[in-house]
Structures are given as C-alpha cells and as structure tokens.
Design a protein around this ligand. Structure first.
Ligand code: PEP
Ligand code: MG
Length: 823
C-alpha cells in the first residue's frame, strides 16, 4: 500500500502546457524522494511513444521502463489543475497523477483512480477542492471511493472461459492492458475479465485497470459470441507472451557494441548479416518495370534482336567486372564473370529461340525462359543454388533491358547517404553500391548467407536481412538506425539516440583499428591459455589474405569452390596445383582440406546429380563421394601429393555414420598408397546430430573433430539455414546446439584428440568465448573476424570463459544466451 499524504499534492497549479505539467508533477516526485531528477526527462519522452491520458480529466504520466533505475521508491504525486491543461487535442486534464512505479504497488492507486474515473461527480469535486485531504482519501480508497463490489458483469450465461496468469512484472498496468484490449477488440464476442471477485469489460481500459491485477495473479477471461473460442485462445496467448512488454525486451537484445536505443517509434527485427551501426534516412530501392510485348510478327528480326541484346549485356558485364575489380578486388568482381557464363548457356538460348520461332517476341520469350529457370532453382533450398537463382534473375533483367529498348535501370543516385531497403539486392546492385552513399542496408528477404549479405560484409556496410515485408512499407526519408550486430532496424529514433549511435560508431571504429593492429599476436587468454584462430577459405588466392588477416592457418578449405561454375571437374593435376599453392602461401601454417561437400542440390551440371526432394537431407558431402569413388579418389590423390609441400590435414564433411567414416578412410588410404605419400591426420566435420551423440565412438577413429555449426544448427533445430523466416531462430547459440558441442568436446578430451569449430559461430565474439569456455581448441572463421575474435579471447581469462559457457548451457533458449554479459 502506498502512503498518500498532503505533501504529495499541489493544488491550484497553472502549468502552461503538458510538458510543464509533467515537470511540475515530476519535481513533486523528486521533492518527496521518489525519483531522481533525470526521471522527469524520461516521463516527457514517454509521452512521445504512449498516451498517458486515462480519461475523465485524469492523466498518469510516468517514465520509460528502461529508466526505472532512476526511481528511488514507489510513489505518486498529484497536480490539481482546476483550469485544465491540454494533454492531447481534445483531452483536457484536471488531475495529473505522476507515477513512480518500482514494482506493482502502484496498481492499487491505479485501481482507485479508475473508480474515481468512473464517477464524474468525484472528479469534479477533486478538481475544485481546496483541501488536499479530499484527494488523499479518494485515492487511498477511503471516502467510499474504492468499493470492492461483487461481479459487476454477469457471466452466468457465458459459455467459455480460460484462466491465465499475468506475469508482467508490474501487473496489468496501462500498457499491457491496452495491448489486451486491442486484441479483445479484434473479436465480436463480449469479453469479461474476472479477478478477485470483481469483473470488468475486457474491451475497456478503465474497466481492466479497475481490477487492479498485480504480477503473478490469475485472471479468468470469459467470452460469449460466435468467435468466443478464438478470442480466448488469442487472449491467452497474448497474456502468456507478456502482453507486449516481454516481447519488447526480447526484441532489443544488447548487441556486441553495447548500444541500445532509449526511445524509438518502432523496431523491426531481422537477421544480422553484416556488423556495424548506421543512422540516416530510409530509401526504398526499386527496379524499373520492364514491359515487353508477348507476340511478334517477324521471328528473324526477333532472333537478331536477341543476339544484339545478349552481346550488349555481355559487354556491360565486362565493364562491370573491370570496374568492380579495380574498386574492390577480384573476389568481388568474379561474380560478373559467372554472369557472363550464363549468357553462354546453350540450353537457355536454344529454348528462347524456340519460343521466338513459335511467335513470341524476343523479350517475352527470354523472360519466360529465365522465370521458369529461376523458379526451378528457387525450389531448391540450398544456399548456393538460391544465390544462383538470384544471379540468373539479375542476368535476365540485364538482357531484357536491351530488348525493351531501355538501356539501363535508373542508376541509384542520392544526394545524401541513406539506409537502403529492398526486397533483396542482386549482386550487380550490391557490388555497385557506393559505401559513401549507402550507410547500411536492410532486405525483407534473403538469409545471412545470401550473396548480398556476403558482399555487405566484404564492403563493411552494416546490414540486416530477412526483416520481413514490413520494411518495404517504410516511407522514404524516415529516419532510422540500423544495428547490424543486434539485427534490428529502429525507426524514428530520438535525437539523443542518433547522437549516442554516432558515438558508439566512432568507438567501434577505434576498437577495430586497435584490434587489427594486434592481429598477429596469439589469442592467449589473460590466464595464459591459447586458442588457435584460423581462417575459412575457398580458393588459393585467399590463403595469402588469411595470413595477412592474422590467421594461424586454414581451419577449413571448402574445396567445392574449385568445382563450381565450370563444365568439367578439375583434374588431379589442377587440384594438386591449387592445394600446393595454398600450402606455399601459408608458409608452414597448417591447412585443413575438407573433401568435396557437394550434393544433389548444387549447381554442378557435369556431375548429373539427381533432383532431391529434400536436398539438405539427400546425397551430399561424403555420401556423394562414396558413391562416386573416382571423383573422390582423384581429389584424395591430389591432396596426398600436395601434402609433401607442407602441413596438411584431411577432413570429411557430412559424416553421419561410422560406416561412412570407415569407407572414407579406406579410400583415403588407397589414394595415399597410390601416390606414395606419408599418412596425414584425418578428421571429420561434426554437422549431423548422430555424430555428436555418438562422439565417443567417432573420437576413437579420427585425429580431430571440427564442428560445422551452420549445418549442425539446421539439423538439430530442423530449421533450414537459409530459410527467410526461420533463419533468425536457427541460431547456433541455442543451448541445444551448445550442449551438442559440449558433448563432442568431452568425448574428444576423453579420447585425447582436439575439437575445433569452423561454422559461423566461431566468428561471433560471444560464440567464440563460449566455445573457448567449452574447451574448443581451434576456431576457424571468415578472414575479417580473425582480428576481433583474437582480441576478444585476449581480453578474458579461461576461467571467465568457462563460467559463461556454463551459464549458456543452462539457458532455456538462444535469447537467454545472447543476453549473457561478457566480462
Ligand atoms: C558448417 O556447416 O558449419 C560448415 C562450416 O560447412 P558449410 O557452411 O560449408 O556447410
Ligand atoms: Mg556444413
């Protein structure tokens, strides 16, 4: 029970407006020792995001939840304004009830207030009284204002009801109650909420507040009408989910840079794709629609037009390739070479020509053929194929522009730097983005492994993906802050937030520079334990970059990149030369070569892979290699030949059974004997849950484990790793995945072998610390993550890492793990 005294009340106030009224009631709260002065500012800011007008001449200003630290004790203060103050247009307030709520004790005051609210005569009396005791009595429940009547609404003939516990830390106060009634109003049924012998209309704020439901209390929701059951289910789910409050906390986890906004109009969560913070106006990225006629009279003319369009597109691509290569380097430009290859695809051209001969215009025929292909590719869920579908669409548009007589899409121009929003961005879109004009980008679709995400990371532009269609509705010019680490787009932030985000950005840049300067120092914890930090690479040229970036070797060479985008597989000599070049570039640092991880879902036409219903669960990785011993043996021979030139290990991907491992080892031994090489260590990727579960048995058969958290997560959670809507939940920091890794590390320790991690989790600062704490000896990651991860490991003791790993294993979900604080 809150003590109300005359000291809490000021009569006959004459504030000039709402803000001054809040200041005056705030000062009263300060004078009475309820709040620190800083809370007043928070009360003002609250008004920008919520309406605290309760009705009948009463308002209840209070601060933002995140500023509750400024509340010293729970209490209320009241400003009587007989002349009235305009709260919002049309809403005149005579009693300003400032609330400082540390816990839910203020609910009782709110309850009393709502009884007053119901009673116009009492409000009129309290507005005019010159005796503060009148107000004290009314709000303390004396003077008969606080009745506890029996149920006011008869629910005897209501057919359905449900009991549910209100878990909101401050009970059913104004905000959650508003959330409740917003849902109730979606249904036609009459909704009554019963609590503690009283009942209230579930569609009336005053009625709900009047019930005075505190935290942890059970309410009974009754419904009558055709959609009664649906209403009850929706309301129960909403109460269980925290009536908007708990959700809000979930949506704003602290990102690695420690910045969170204090006040924004709206938060759109997505998936982190490229780290960093950006603030600026939103700009929607739209393509111009290309219109083509369906039919044409002269097929010969159309065929000539097609030839010209393809040639012109090729020439555009070559220019693009040269431009991007000189600006960003060969790896970023290579995609345009691949696009050129599409234009040489004989089937694509033959199909288009056949449609033209059938009467279609060149543009229409081309579009149909491209659309069919894109659709077929999109049906496969594999990331490589999905990225290629995007590429094909991009190439398709490029040719179409020439056929439609439109030479170019409007080039993206802007007079000021913007945050770009798009459905998805094609490789041409992203590669031509000028980092000086693009502060960050956010896509509604795509996944963290999509092409645009990868380019964003290499250009160092903060980005989030899979944010859903809501982002496409944002108006151009809306101010926003994009948090690439936290994966959130914050709309209409306050000036203070823009300022703090800019400060955080400066801090991040300075930290990154400092980390980069120490990239060659080992990752030694403060208590002297070493974690090896290596690079994931896909081609020979990256080996040198890995060393430059501070890598202590290569923990994962994805050899499939040598096999993609060509007509025939690389032969033994070509592979040998590539592996040898990498070994030489590494100059004595170790190289782990993963044998081919390709499957029925990947675009390797020359392998004639059968179509799969579930490509990720089909013939991929080691399964494919064991079924194609010649392909496998060729690679193994090349690897063993290269092993003479420096330290090298072999790793099999996608192992699920001991039999597969035994068969793989047999073939490796055969290849080794054929080329007369010395034995090398053989290890396996831990990507399939069966291996994690049986890690003890596997540990006896291998020299090391390397956990592929990307695949392990999708298989443990049964969530596609590139799924646009599930990607955010398929989080490798889920305790289910971490417990699997823990099991693997324990088994490897028992057997005296080591466990590394080469999936994306190893490159996340929190992930790296937890993995080190679990006993993982080697972390392998994309090159730009090496310096920050090494620095992070150097900043903690192994004892601290173990403690955080212990806490992570005990968490209930990935959000709880992400909320853990790094020392
Ligand atoms: C993994 O699955 O975590 C992994 C490293 O392999 P890839 O991403 O190549 O499937
Ligand atoms: Mg994998």
């Amino acid at each position: 029970m809150i003590a109300m005294t005359k000291d809490n009340i000021v009569l006959n106030a004459e504030p000039s407006g709402k803000l001054q009224a809040i200041e005056q009631v705030g000062e009263l709260l300060v004078r009475n020792g309820y709040i620190r002065p800083e809370y007043i500012d928070s009360m003002k800011r609250r008004e920008e995001v919520a309406n605290t007008y309760l009705g009948n001449g009463i308002s209840i200003p209070h601060g933002l939840p995140e500023n509750r630290d400024h509340i010293l004790k729970t209490g209320v203060a009241i400003l009587q304004v007989p002349g009235g103050v305009t709260w919002n247009p049309g809403e005149i307030v005579n009693l300003v009830v400032g609330i400082a709520a540390k816990s839910d004790e203020h609910i009782e005051i709110l309850t009393n207030l709502t009884h007053v609210l119901d009673d116009e005569n009492t409000v009129r009396r309290l507005t005019a009284t010159d005796d503060p005791s009148d107000i004290v009595r009314a709000l303390s429940g004396e003077a008969g204002a606080t009745r506890r009547p029996g149920p006011e609404l008869d629910v005897a003939d209501f057919d359905h009801s449900v009991d549910v516990t209100v878990m909101n830390p401050h009970g059913l106060h104004a905000r959650p109650a508003t959330f409740f009634l917003d849902i109730a109003k979606l249904f036609d049924s009459t909704i009554v909420v019963e609590f503690d012998g009283r009942s209230g209309n579930g569609k009336s704020l005053a009625s709900l507040l009047k019930l005075g439901v505190g935290s942890g209390r059970i309410i009974r929701i009754h419904a009558k009408g055709d959609d009664a059951m649906q209403a009850l289910n929706a309301l129960k789910d909403a109460v269980d989910a925290g009536l908007g409050e708990i959700e809000e906390e979930k949506e704003t986890p602290k990102a690695a840079h420690g910045w969170t906004p204090s006040e924004v109009k709206r938060t759109i969560p997505g998936c982190t794709a490229s780290p960093g913070l950006a603030s600026g106006p939103i700009r929607q990225f739209t393509h111009r629609r290309i219109v083509v006629e369906a039919m044409a009279k002269d097929p010969e003319h159309e065929l000539t037009e097609l030839g010209h369009a393809v040639a012109a597109a090729k020439s555009n691509l070559r220019m693009l390739y040269n431009e991007v290569r000189s600006r960003s380097g060969e790896p970023q430009a290579a995609i345009f070479r691949a696009h050129e290859a599409f234009l040489e695809d004989p089937e694509l051209l033959a199909e288009t020509k056949s449609r033209i001969r059938g009467g279609n215009s060149a543009g229409y025929a081309w579009r149909q053929v491209i659309d069919d292909r894109v659709r077929a590719m999109e049906q496969h869920d594999d990331e490589v194929l999905a990225a290629r579908a995007m590429d094909l669409r991009d190439v398709g548009r490029r040719v179409l522009r020439h056929l439609a007589g439109v030479l170019q899409d409007e080039p993206f121009t802007s007079s000021e730097p913007v945050i770009l929003v798009a459905e998805d961005l094609t490789p041409s879109d992203t590669a031509l983005l000028d980092p000086a004009l693009i502060l960050g980008f956010c896509t509604s679709g795509g996944g963290p492994t999509s092409h645009s995400a990868i380019i964003a990371r290499s250009l160092d532009i903060p980005a989030i993906v899979a944010a859903g269609p809501a982002v496409l509705e944002i108006e151009d010019g809306t101010m926003a802050i994009l948090d690439g680490d936290g994966g959130n787009l914050y709309l209409e932030p306050s000036p203070a937030d823009i300022e703090t985000a800019a400060e955080a950005r400066k801090r991040i840049e300075a930290e990154r520079d400092a980390e980069y300067r120490t990239r060659y120092e080992p990752a030694l914890t403060l208590d002297g334990e070493r974690v090896e930090v290596a690079a994931n690479i896909g081609k020979a040229s990256e080996a040198e970059r890995a060393v430059e970036g501070g890598g202590e070797g290569v923990g994962l060479l994805r050899t499939e990149f040598l096999f993609l985008g060509r007509e025939t597989p690389p032969d033994e000599d070509e592979q040998y030369r590539s592996y040898r070049a990498m070994i030489e570039a590494l100059n004595g640092l170790p190289l782990i070569i993963r044998t081919l991880d390709i499957g029925g879902d990947k675009a390797v036409p020359y392998l004639d892979l059968p179509a799969e219903d579930n490509p990720f669960l089909g013939e991929r990785g080691i399964r494919l290699c064991l079924n194609r011993p010649e392909l496998f043996l060729t690679q193994l021979r090349a690897i063993y030949r290269a092993s003479r030139h420096g330290p090298l290990r072999i790793m099999f991907p996608m192992i699920a059974t001991l039999d597969e491992l035994a068969a793989g080892k047999r073939l490796a031994e055969k290849a080794r004997i054929e080329v007369g090489a010395e034995p090398v260590d053989i290890g396996i990727m831990v990507e399939v849950p069966s291996v994690a579960v049986m890690a003890r048995e596997f540990a006896k058969e291998v020299a090391f484990f390397s956990v592929g958290t990307n695949d392990l997560t999708q298989y443990v959670m049964a969530m596609d790793r590139v799924h646009p809507t599930l990607a955010a939940q398929a989080d490798s920091l889920h305790p289910a995945v971490l417990r699997m890794i823990d099991q693997v590390v324990r088994a490897s320790d028992e057997a005296g072998i080591w466990t590394g991690v080469c999936g994306g989790l190893a490159g996340e600062p929190l992930g790296a610390v937890i993995l080190a704490g679990l006993g993982v000896k080697e972390l392998s990651m994309v090159i730009p993550s090496i310096a920050p991860v090494k620095a992070r490991i150097r900043s903690i003791t192994m004892a601290q890492a173990r403690e955080i790993a212990r806490q992570a294993l005990a968490c209930a979900d990935n959000n709880q793990v992400r909320a853990l604080k790094l020392p």
